[in-house]
Write a protein that binds this ligand. Sequence first.
Ligand code: SF4
Ligand code: SF4
Length: 94
Amino acid sequence: MIANYGYKDGSGEYYISIDTDKCIDCTAGRACLTACQKQMFESMTDDYDDEVMSIKTPFRRTLAYDCADCKPAAGYTSLPCSTACTPGAIKHSW
Ligand code: SF4
Ligand code: SF4
């Protein structure tokens, strides 16, 4: 399942999508948990009793602000979370 966390406002759409099927048998040692300097990821149990990742609730309405330090404007060429997630489960809409 693709789980989308985020919002849209007058300036654009800001969603982080997580392909939770890839989290179930994560081959990256759940690297997202430590890769994000703001610790935005958290583990949860889904409806099928599988351990998958989500974005902590307080961040879901402030992603544009919270992720700004990791974006190209801040000097990054790739996002720490997406890079650490070698299964490729994490995508950003902006
Ligand atoms: S590293 Fe990627 S696949 Fe592994 S738990 Fe985190 S988001 Fe899921
Ligand atoms: S872009 Fe940066 S702050 Fe945003 S989720 Fe990824 S690692 Fe965390």
